[in-house]
Write a protein that binds this ligand. Structure first.
Ligand SMILES: [Zn+2]
Length: 144
């Protein structure tokens, strides 16, 4: 993993992350953000390729959230990923494809880079929020 800080803290600082084959997507992002002391950030861009993808999708309309956990292995082109990190807690959704189709969902730990990933974050300044789970276990933004 290589990381490059662009700009200054408090002035829209960016973090460019370059991941290599075999590195973990979510785990490496969090390591890079922690190292840069960037607790609140938005993912501006994320492209690359994956060899393992772990993700989930909401299923049904029940009050209690039911997640459909998925795992796909193979040559996967990562088309995009978006989401935010608030108070050090990430929430990303991504889309990727192989020759059979396009897949998308909530990014879980364990996703592994095939050739590379290029990811750009912008720090969100002045954020005083955290995430708290409600009675259904769903985390929502809350003022600190
Ligand atoms: Zn999600």
């Amino acid at each position: 993993m290589n990381t490059f800080e662009i700009g200054e803290k408090g002035k829209g600082r960016k973090l460019l992350i370059n991941l290599d084959r075999g590195e973990k997507l979510l785990e490496s992002i969090m390591e890079a953000l922690n190292k840069a002391d960037m607790k609140n950030a938005v993912c501006l861009s994320c492209i690359g390729s994956l060899q393992k993808a772990y993700y989930n999708r909401a299923q049904g309309l029940n009050d209690d959230m039911i997640l459909d956990h998925q795992y796909i292995e193979g040559g996967l082109e990562m088309v995009s990923m978006q989401g935010v990190v608030i108070d050090g807690m990430p929430h990303f959704h991504f889309s990727f494809s192989d020759l059979k189709g396009v897949y998308m969902g909530h990014v879980e730990e364990g996703c592994e880079i095939l050739y590379l990933a290029e990811i750009l974050f912008e720090e969100l300044d002045g954020v005083n929020l955290t995430k708290v789970k409600n009675e259904k276990g769903i985390a929502h933004f809350t003022q600190k």
